[in-house]
Design a protein around this ligand. Structure first.
Ligand code: ATP
Length: 310
């Protein structure tokens, strides 16, 4: 969508695949006056995605159904981020919303992988196409940022530096592709809970703001090997996530013992990412982590991958 009319919707509707995000670098600054924390992050979209499908209902309203991860637990009304996104696009276009949205979720919920933000980005794009809304990139980005800090990146995909509260993006031309084993756990961590713990630990002098993203950005641009990347992964929220859910420490330790090059908490957790040397290593590593137990589910993923608006 670059300022032209979005392609017309096929009669059966519009389907959009939206990848999860990870943060190979997540620097967290102090809380700002508006309550958000300043971020200096590097995002990477990975090959684990939700699919958002929009079809016309034939009468005004927004209806949401969900299958897969979180079905039966997640709200299907106005609290769902996809609902908010559909409402926002309709408001922007000055039309009555008329849509059935189906979310086929593969991205674990409240796992630090931005599943809700991915659905919001997918709903923005799917509804714009379904309703033939003419919207430029800048305007779409503005609506996305109003929905959540990770939503603009979920629209774009690939790799990018995020500043501000994560919504100000600078694309990174990554040359390589990296292979991850994504291990989810039985617990969830709400992002605000994790920020609160970061603040509490900082008051005790634990942790500092890792603002400099240059080393990892250079590694992305150079197509660095996984060994190099392993040494550059940073997450200022990791100590807080482990403090909230101490069982993460043994999951991380176990993956390292099984040969992962690095163990890295994804965003605010509790999902743990293990970096593998290559695809073959990731398959073997995933099998060993599964056999060891301690994870709710174990997935293979690679990144960066293109986003829905690429
Ligand atoms: P982030 O890393 O973006 O802060 P997360 O990946 O940790 O978020 P999400 O899966 O986005 O977590 O879900 C966080 C909360 O958002 C959920 O517990 C749920 O209450 C709410 N939510 C609203 N809409 C959705 C949606 N479509 N999918 C998932 N969660 C949603």
């Amino acid at each position: 969508m670059t300022g032209q009319t979005a392609p017309a919707a096929p009669s059966q509707g519009v389907s959009v695949d939206v990848p999860a995000k990870i943060n190979p670098h997540l620097g967290v600054g102090d809380a700002r006056a508006d309550g958000y924390h300043a971020l200096s992050t590097v995002y990477q979209a990975i090959s684990l995605h939700d699919t958002v499908t929009a079809v016309k209902r034939g009468e005004p309203g927004i209806e949401i159904t969900i299958s897969g991860e979180g079905a039966g637990e997640l709200p299907t009304g106005e609290d769902n981020l996809a609902h908010k996104a559909a409402k926002l696009i309709a408001l922007y276009a000055g039309i009555e919303p008329d849509v059935k949205l189906h979310l086929n979720k593969r991205i674990p919920v409240a796992g630090g992988l931005a599943g809700g933000s991915a659905d919001a980005a997918g709903a923005l794009i799917a509804c714009a196409r379904l309703w033939d809304v003419e919207i430029g990139d800048a305007e779409l980005h503005r609506l996305a940022a109003g929905l959540g800090s990770d939503v603009p990146f979920c629209l774009k995909g690939g790799a990018a530096i995020g500043t501000g509260r994560g919504e100000e993006l600078t694309p990174v031309q990554a040359k390589g592709s990296w292979h991850w084993v994504v291990a989810t756990t039985d617990t969830q961590i709400a992002t605000p809970e994790c920020y609160k713990e970061v603040d509490r630990l900082r008051e005790d002098g634990i942790g500092r703001y890792s603002r400099d993203v240059d080393p990892i950005v250079k590694a992305f641009e150079a197509g660095a090997d996984a060994d190099t990347l392993a040494r550059l992964l940073v997450n200022d929220m990791e100590a807080a996530a482990v403090s909230l859910r101490p069982q993460l420490a043994s999951l991380m330790h176990g993956g390292l013992e099984e040969g992962a090059l690095a163990a890295h908490v994804s965003g605010s957790g509790p999902t743990v990412l293990f970096l593998a040397t290559d695809v073959k290593h990731s398959v073997a590593l995933a099998r060993r982590i599964r056999m060891r137990g301690g994870a709710r589910s174990v997935h293979l993923a690679h990144g960066p991958v293109n986003g829905p608006a690429a």
